[in-house]
Design a protein around this ligand. Sequence first.
Ligand code: GCB
Length: 591
Amino acid sequence: MLRPQDNATRERKRLDGLWTFALDPDGAGRAGRWFAGRLPRAREMAVPASFNDIPTDPVVREYFGDVWYQTTVRVPQGWAGRRIVLHFESATHRATVWARDVEVVSHEGGYTPFAADITDHVTAGEPVRITVVVNNTLSFQSIPPGIVEDTPAGKRQRYWHDFFNYAGIHRPVWLYATASQHLTDISIVTGLDGGAGTIQYQIESSGEAVTRVLLHDAAGRQVAAGAGASGTLRIDDVHRWAPGDGYLYDLEVQLVDDGGTVVDSYHHSVGVRTVEVTGSRFLINGEPFYFTGFGKHEDLAVIGKGHNDAFMVHDFELLEWIGANSFRTSHYPYSEDVLDYADRHGIVVIDETAAVGLNMGLGGGIFGAQGYVTFSPETINDASREVHAQAIRELVTRDRNHPSVVLWSIANEPESDSEAAEAYFRPLFELTRRLDPSRPVGFVNVMLAPYGECRVSQFADVLMLNRYYGWYVDPGDLPLAEQKWEAELRGWATENKPIIITEYGADTYPGLHSVAGQPWSEEYQVEYLDMNHRVFDRIDAVVGEQVWNFADFATISGVMRVGGNRKGVFTRDRQPKAAAHALRRRWRKDA
Ligand code: GCB
């Protein structure tokens, strides 16, 4: 699926702004045909944004079930005779869309795009009513999973991931127009051949029109050209995309009709680089790369997981300030704007699916006691795995052309020490490799499956470990934590695979100080990070450190969560804790 863009052959119109919005706690909207007219008892709602924190009503914040959004948009007069598409960059966790009173598309999965050709349901120059029912209920067959439980006080949504279940239309919505003959997909794999670069492309389109490709460098000079739906371009003396150097070429793909007219075109940025794992090294362009940075979240006050350009740019500025060269899209695919920005600025990305919380062993801690088995016919089963597989397909097809993305993470902290886990994950690794043979694949291992007990890491090219020695284990006793951590890590190092520490962190209440370095104080966070860094620096196979978390973020309520998860190095409003300055000294040799 191609993201909407404006160019000489395509036009788009952004539908963001205030839509009408209604909760549907009884699930009455479909039978009541709410899409056929104005929404009942509607209020106004911002798009894009999570709906949860915008009204003051706690019922809205905790709501799960169907919510309805509606807007009316005028189709531009000039689009007569064009193919018209309605495109959502995401709706969390599933949605069904109507144009007027015609159902046009349904989509499962909260963080990837979907679209509908609505040409037959609209008239250029006329308004069209767009209605969307978004549903945020989690089940054992959703990614991420959750469950609705009956309690004496009514139904409650439970889930096993440590971030708030924000929902709604989180990213831009577009209406766009193309010619009826159009490009449908472009995939790109780049390579290096000495000082030259190669770009293998594969183009899909509707109909039989001829395709042509033109490659321009960043200064606008044409450096290569090709014809046909697939082929390889060669750039002598290539300017590589590299960490810290987000150099991009522009690949223009054209669809040309019999008369030689360009009927459709698409501009695709291309960063020429290679990624490879050899032994315990992670190589970008053949050179060992060491990841510094964070696990992040899409999480902001008021707008929740709604995309916001100002905060995005500010977050990237903070990454640069602190000397981070990478981040993980924990725990779901982020906005495509984020990946485009990372491409342009040479920031390296570990790209993760929304498969988080597939682990009932975590239940006794922050998520409250419960008695489920992770993988079973009644819980996470074959149907769940198919939803997971589809989430992987959509992530890889959406993001495979981003040079910033160097590694797929197909799950965060699933159960991984059982035979059932091994059987569940084997085909998902195979699928990811089939979809993209050009990148390494991994998953993030939890401390419940320590070295020697994990049965899934055998499938991974890279070991990604989340560990909290000195926090959840031996809190306040850093000397003991240091010994235990080093002992476990030395075990993993014998596997001869690169190790990235994808999470280590300590909750820290900003402004809390302690001479003796007690947990929750700013001093403890610094000392805890220092301890971790001493361990990493002693182990050659460690090729990356990503602190948990970039910033404080919202979670479910719980006695271990003080206004959310406080492991941020920055506060939720992006002010540095002492640890931010300490990391800056470690990561920015020039600072
Ligand atoms: C983890 C999870 C992350 C949590 C973090 C924590 O291992 O991957 O989602 O927020 O621990 O702070 O407990």
